[in-house]
Design a protein around this ligand. Sequence first.
Ligand code: SAM
Length: 220
Amino acid sequence: MRSFVLRGGRLTEGQKRALAELWPRFGIEEAGGVLDFRQLFGNSGAVVLDIGFGNGESTWQVACDRPDENYLGVEVHRPGVGHLLLKIEEHRLGNIRIACADAVEFLRLRVADGSLGGARLYFPDPWPKKRHHKRRIVQPGFVSLLGDKLAPGGVLHMATDWSPYAEHMLTVMTSCNSFENLSLSGDYCPRPPWRAVTRYENRGRKLGHEVYDLIFRKRG
Ligand SMILES: C[S@@+](CC[C@H](N)C(=O)[O-])C[C@H]1O[C@@H](n2cnc3c(N)ncnc32)[C@H](O)[C@@H]1O
């Protein structure tokens, strides 16, 4: 069961150019063996996975702020991929690589166990209707897969503005033994100031939605 339905959406001329010219340098093909991160990024810094980055607003901003960390963005929406490639060019970022793929399959096939320094899942599609809940990306199997791919001590950071999804995330995470909750109150955390506020988040806030950050650490 996929967590997305591919949206249409035209590529702008800039995005088309970015996909043609920048993809060969910053893009990762969906198929292939397990990635060698050291070779991919040209250094041995920590690699943080950004799942479903949308337009990549939070990805490029944090990559600018933290040049010592490497960011691996996975998104199925091609215009979003094109947009992030343009940001890489504009800000001359050497620490982002992008896959245009289903993050679940990508994780399973191309990411080595214990290799990720962190993972981000910001504002995943909430699939609010009950009959669609099975499409939500946060499920016990997915969380367990992420647990396998994170190095001990690696942090999984999720955020959502949909309170029933936040509760679901909390339930799934709490029942996964690989993780411990870093919330002092045992549930949600305040938004860390470095997490950029994206269009999706702003839209939710305008609708009066509260935003929930969940931050869990992979046990050693
Ligand atoms: C609501 S948007 C949030 C975008 C961004 N993280 C933000 O905070 O602005 C969710 C994104 O996840 C992407 N997505 C959903 N399931 C995915 C999957 N299995 N693999 C890759 N991307 C996925 C969608 O295409 C969409 O762009």
